[in-house]
Design a protein around this ligand. Structure first.
Ligand code: SAM
Length: 215
C-alpha cells in the first residue's frame, strides 16, 4: 500500500470531510507518517477510520479525534503543552509541530520507550517524555498553555486546573469507563473556569491516583 496516498485520503475524508478546518492541523497531519507509530504487523490499518491497537491493551486514537482535540486547543505556535497518555507518540508528534514545547506523560514504560524511538527518528526534539502517573500533571513544568488528556477520566483532576495558565485550555474526556463527554475547560482568571462540552467520545480509561483504579 502507498502510505502517502492512504494518508492523503485520510485527511480528505476523515478530517476535512468531517469538519476539521484548522489549516495548520491539516498540514501537519498530511505530513506526519502516522504508520510509523503503529506496530509493523498492523501498519496496513494505520490510515483506517478507527483506533488501532499499539500493545498493552492500548490504542492510537482515531485520526479525527487527534485532529479535533488539537484544533480545540486553538494553538498559535508559541505554547507549552502537556499531553497525558503518550501511547504511540503520534499525538505528541502532531503537537510538536504546532506548539513550542510538548511535555507528555505515559504510565506504561514499554509504550513510552517505543514512542520515544519514533519521536527521535522523526527529530521531534521539543517533546519531553516521562513515565509517571499523569493524573497528577507535571508540576515542575507547570503552568501549561494547553493540557490534552487522551484517556477517559471519571472526573477532572484538580491538578489540571491548577497547572493551566490563565487563558489556557484543557481538553479532556470525562464520564464512565466506556463512554465520555469531551470537555474543554478554559481558565479565565485565577479562580474562574469556563467548561464546554464538545463531543461524545470513547477512550481507554485514565488510570491513576486521580483517575480510575487499575484493576
Ligand atoms: N495519545 C496517544 C497516541 O497518540 O497514540 C493515544 C493514547 S491511548 C488512547 C491512552 C494512553 O493513556 C495509553 O497509552 C495509556 O497507557 C495512557 N494512560 C492511562 N492512564 C494514564 C496515566 N495516569 N498517566 C499517563 N498515561 C496514562
Amino acid at each position: 500500500m502507498d502510505m502517502s496516498i492512504a494518508r492523503r485520503r485520510m485527511v480528505e475524508k476523515q478530517l476535512i470531510g468531517r469538519g476539521i478546518t484548522d489549516a495548520k492541523v491539516i498540514e501537519v497531519m498530511s505530513r506526519i507518517p502516522r504508520h510509523l507509530f503503529i506496530p509493523e504487523a498492523l501498519r496496513d490499518q494505520a490510515y483506517g477510520d478507527y483506533p488501532v491497537p499499539i500493545g498493552e491493551k492500548q490504542t492510537i486514537s482515531q485520526a479525527f479525534t487527534v485532529a479535533f482535540m488539537t484544533q480545540s486547543l486553538e494553538l498559535d505556535g508559541d505554547e507549552k503543552i502537556l499531553e497525558v497518555g503518550t501511547g504511540s507518540g503520534y499525538q505528541a508528534a502532531v503537537l510538536s509541530q504546532l506548539a513550542d514545547k510538548v511535555y507528555t506523560v505515559e504510565r506504561i514504560a514499554s509504550l513510552a520507550r517505543q514512542a520515544r524511538r519514533v519521536l527521535d527518528q522523526l527529530a521531534c526534539r521539543n517533546v519531553n517524555l516521562k513515565v509517571s502517573d499523569g493524573t497528577l500533571g507535571w508540576e515542575n513544568e507547570a503552568p501549561f498553555d494547553g493540557i490534552l488528556v487522551t484517556a477517559g477520566a471519571p472526573a477532572i483532576p484538580d491538578e489540571y486546573r491548577c497547572q493551566l495558565s490563565i487563558g489556557g485550555r484543557l481538553i479532556i474526556p470525562v464520564g464512565g469507563r466506556e463512554q465520555q463527554d469531551m470537555i474543554r475547560v478554559t481558565r479565565l482568571s485565577e479562580s474562574d473556569y469556563r467548561e464546554e462540552k464538545l463531543l461524545d467520545c470513547r477512550f481507554v480509561p485514565l488510570i491513576g491516583s486521580q483517575g480510575w483504579d487499575g484493576r
